[in-house]
Ligand binder design. Structure first.
Ligand code: ADP
Ligand code: MG
Length: 159
């Protein structure tokens, strides 16, 4: 488990951008955290790291937004989904296993369909300071262990 602390939205976005610049086709990034924790902010950074120039908006109502960058980027927000079974209706496998980078907000709501190998990212607010966030990286599988370590080296060199 690796932890990064940020003290502004820009810093959280920069961590996302660091990740977006090192991800590879097929990577699955699973974001968790309460409303306002910074999931969309982080996703915006990932898009920037993938060289996506379009503005990234929350797919809360559309459920999936697609962007073309260095690698196709599929941005899910499953908050309004009725349950994991509705992921089939969305054709989620066409996204997960299609050579793009998939990021899911509220991933824990669809745990059943998540691949065993993935990067879980938990964003936590600090009650004592509204601008601080704790970002916890929990990689599953060797590929994601390396990805998380490389991100740590980029954002907190020397740690
Ligand atoms: P979510 O997608 O998790 O609901 P958003 O990214 O949409 O969250 O919103 C996060 C909110 O928290 C934004 O209003 C942002 O300005 C604010 N914020 C304050 N500090 C931070 C921080 N360190 N990192 C990310 N967002 C922050
Ligand atoms: Mg969001």
């Amino acid at each position: 488990m690796l932890i990064i602390n940020t003290s502004s939205p820009d810093e959280t976005e920069a961590v996302g951008a660091g990740l977006g610049s090192i991800v590879s086709p097929g990577d699955i990034l699973c974001l968790n955290g309460d409303l306002g924790a910074g999931k969309t902010c982080f996703a915006r950074g990932v898009a920037r790291g993938l060289d996506i120039k379009e503005p990234v908006t929350s797919p809360t109502f559309t459920l999936i937004n697609e962007y073309q960058g260095r690698i196709p980027f599929y941005h899910f927000d499953v908050y309004r989904l009725g349950g994991p079974e509705e992921m089939d209706d969305l054709g989620y496998e066409e996204y997960f296993y299609n050579g793009g980078v998939t990021l899911l907000e509220w991933a824990e709501l669809v745990l059943d369909v998540l691949p065993g190998e993935r990067l879980d990212i938990f964003l936590e607010t600090a009650p004592e300071n509204p601008d601080r966030r704790k970002i916890v990286l929990l990689p599953y599988g060797e590929h994601y262990v390396h990805l998380a370590e490389e991100l740590m080296n980029r954002v907190c060199p020397g740690n």
